[in-house]
Design a protein around this ligand. Sequence first.
Ligand code: GLN
Length: 543
Amino acid sequence: MARFIFITGGVVSSLGKGLSAASLGALLQSYGYSVKLRKLDPYLNVDPGTMNPIQHGEVFVTDDGAETDLDLGHYERFTDVSASKFDNITSGKIYQSIISKERKGDYLGGTVQVIPHVTDAIKDFILNLTDDVDFLLCEIGGTVGDIEALPFFEAIRQLKNELEPDSCLFMHLTLLPFIAAAGELKTKPTQHSVKELTSIGIQPDIIILRCDRDIPEEERKKISSFCNVPFSRIIPAVDVGNIYDVPMHLHQNGLDSEVLKIFHMHDNEIQPNFRKWDQISKNSNSFEDTVNITIVGKYIQLKDAYKSLDEALYHGGLINKVKVNVEWLDSELLENSDPINYLNKTDAILIPGGFGKRGSIGKINAIRFARERKIPMLGICFGMQMAVVEIAQNLLDLKDANTTEFVQTKEPVVDLMTEWKKGQLTEVRDENTNLGGTMRLGAYDAVLKKGSKVHSIYQKNVISERHRHRWEVNIKYKDALENSGVIFSDMSPDGNLPEIIELKDHPWFIGVQFHPELKSRPFDPHPIFISFILAAIEKSRLV
Ligand code: GLN
């Protein structure tokens, strides 16, 4: 039987509930337990797929094609357990299914209500497919007190009553702010947040305190007493230099042992093995060198918009023992200004995924700069599409070459795919298809070309990578592009969709139609990023 750990937050959002949940999952795995992590998002969007990344951060795509919250990326990276569409739900999705059942007549005669219909649907979602794991860790988005989150809190309150005794644990994460004028850490916001939680029937078992400095015992005692939680279960979580230090930091503050005590699992003599977490902490704090990578993007105001990318670069650096210094460059700055003003000192250029016309010209200019000056260049999804546009415009001299995503052109080198194969199935779309959830999404196989650079990078013949896009490089231009030095080094199994392109006479110029960053993990860095960082290191040694 699974044990359930619910992670809630209070005082402010963005405290790192996702990271704490992921870290606790990793710690429990160190004892040999199996874990699964889930996220309940109270907003009304059906999924985050149509949200602007500047508002909500990156959309994390699972193998089975769900567009999910970026916290699922943390879960995967920390626990190495691949998430699925059953691991993230929103109020929007729950209401959508209830309303469609109501329209079908499934509730005929009944009044459909938040309690029990919405709360039952939430409970079903939490309990689904949990028989095979020791722990389900379930995070509730937002903070306690949010109106839209109430049904979620009510559902987990009910679950504690309904499941076996001692099989649920509530962990609450709050902020302990330091007030400079008073020179004091303040416990009152935490007290209020716990009061709010208890007023809806949830008494936390553990409180995690996020703080930017060490927390004196006095403050912890105060919180213990006012919030009715034993002192040893008031766990400090002081800011650390690196996210991969978080599991050991929480362990040193007693989180895993308190969790196991609550479940009466502490005296079964399992010796935990934290070696890999110790090692990664050590490696993260002992880099030998630094490389400079410039990301030319348009959502750079919010680092969370490129969360997995930032992590994947870090992983690529870890294994190569270099610290990756990322420069975030607004692509619009390169629209009317010579790229040399911004890209002169960089060791490599990365053009990430993106949507829409804004900033595209700057990306094309950056790609041309990388191509002509032989600077390592990785184009991801939109980045690969723009690389093809750049090459077609400047090497094939097709001045009108562009993507039909935002231009009606007679040279559609990147075009809308209306039909493609997913295994045995054919997926069909057109211009009028809904925008939500209809891209080419999730894991697709592709076949690498023997003798290509990427073949030697992956060292295998068939790869599986995660996708999230509507447009594709137009196969009709394959011959012409090949004549100008482009190698189509990875294709969909039916040979219709270009998945990777590379350039012949260039040290490292690769465009990938998928998102390799989504599959990179700290203990298993993605080969593309390992190789990209290596190319940047080589470039840095040349100057
Ligand atoms: N906008 C492009 C498309 O939909 C690229 C998407 C992306 O970069 N994820 O095809």
